[in-house]
Design a protein around this ligand. Structure first.
Ligand code: GH3
Ligand code: MG
Ligand code: MG
Ligand code: MG
Length: 339
């Protein structure tokens, strides 16, 4: 349908069912209102602002629209300046910009695109053309969304263990280092728990690997449930898990370790094929000192070894003081019995 003087004439187009949100920045109140009505009749959600400064302010907030219709000529921050600002700021998501103007000169169109607009419409314009151009923009944004989802799925797979969904070994060690640094900066203690399922080979030998896998998955889940919301756990090895507890006293560490041990041991794991009884031995360490991760892991490992040696299904916390004579070394390695 043709337009007169940039004004949109109401028409009864079928609802497109689109759920995209469009930000319209337009200083002409009549054109703004008509544009809003038309876009809404096509199924878009619409946010309108009267000038570029308002649009820019709105775009600083989280969850802003990805589809923008910007008027070129507005008082203060105009559409071109807005395009430049949007493109200068690195965002997670790309925003598709349709620039609207009464200017029709080729060099004006080029200037608009150079400033960062994706497409250009000259007033007065045909609503059919506007609709088609918005669909083109939506197609690009949909493609972008799929790419982001694919990237996130890859990122998840690269940092998580396939079977349990917990952090992978590499990611766990990376996060552990981050927590240790954070603990040092804030002067708080960080705790580590090394959790190893007892006689897990027997589980596989008795019930088979498929059941063994289900048990591992459920054990990982129970460990996560036993932790505080801001702690994290990863699969450190085959049937071994590593939990990292930030801002954690020795008392906290013992309580949480005991909770994790009980969570695994106290209730049979139902796998569908069999109800399996399994226990875990846990070695821990807590420190506020500048001790390298490998040193801490070695203390936790020694405690775990001791827990295995002295009967399994138990928690032992190794003591770990910084050795003033050997920076980066733990002073005491002998685990102290806590349960
Ligand atoms: P311990 O109490 O001394 O830890 O005995 P264990 O049998 O648990 O220890 P060991 O290290 O001898 O055996 C670990 C077993 O865990 C052997 C291995 O087949 C099993 N395992 C490791 N990864 C997986 C896995 O992804 N799935 C299954 N089903 N089993 C696994
Ligand atoms: Mg204007
Ligand atoms: Mg084991
Ligand atoms: Mg093991």
């Amino acid at each position: 349908m043709a337009e007169q003087d940039g004004t949109l004439v109401p028409e009864t187009e079928p609802h497109s069912g689109s759920s995209a949100t469009i930000l319209v920045a337009e200083d002409d109140p009549i054109f703004r209102r008509l544009l809003q009505n038309r876009l809404q009749s096509w199924g878009y959600r619409v946010i309108t602002v009267e000038n570029g400064a308002e649009a820019w302010e709105l775009l600083q907030q989280p969850h802003t629209p990805d589809l923008l219709i910007l008027d070129w000529i507005m008082p203060g921050v105009d559409g071109i300046e807005l395009c430049r600002r949007i493109r200068e700021k690195q965002r997670d998501r790309y925003q598709y910009i349709l620039l609207v103007s009464g200017k029709d000169e080729k060099q004006e169109v080029v200037a608009g695109l150079e400033a960062g607009a994706d497409d250009y419409l000259t007033k007065p314009f045909d609503t059919g053309e506007l609709r088609a151009r918005l669909r083109a923009g939506t197609r690009i944004l949909t493609l972008q969304l799929k790419l982001i989802q694919a990237r996130e799925a890859l990122r998840f797979r690269a940092t998580h263990d396939d079977l349990t969904g917990l952090w992978s070994r590499g990611a766990t060690l990376h996060l552990l280092n981050g927590e240790l640094q954070r603990g040092l900066r804030s002067g708080t203690s960080t705790g580590i728990l090394m959790i190893d399922l007892d006689h897990f080979k027997r589980v596989n030998d008795t019930y088979g690997h498929v059941v063994g896998d289900s048990v591992l998955k459920e054990a990982g889940h129970r460990i996560i449930q036993a932790l505080r919301p801001y702690d994290f756990a990863g699969r450190y090895g085959g049937e071994e898990f590593l939990a990292v507890l930030s801002n954690c006293t020795q008392d906290d560490l013992e309580k949480i370790a005991e909770r994790a041990r009980g969570a695994i041991a106290d209730k049979l794991i139902s796998t569908g094929a069999a109800d399996v009884s399994v226990t875990a031995s846990i070695g821990g360490v807590v420190t506020a000192n500048d001790i390298p991760d490998l040193e801490l892991l070695s203390v936790a490992d020694s405690a775990l070894y001791e827990a295995k040696r002295t009967g399994r299904n138990r928690v032992l916390i190794g003591s770990c003081e910084a050795d003033p004579t050997q920076p980066g070394k733990a002073l005491a390695r002998r685990p102290t019995l806590t349960t």
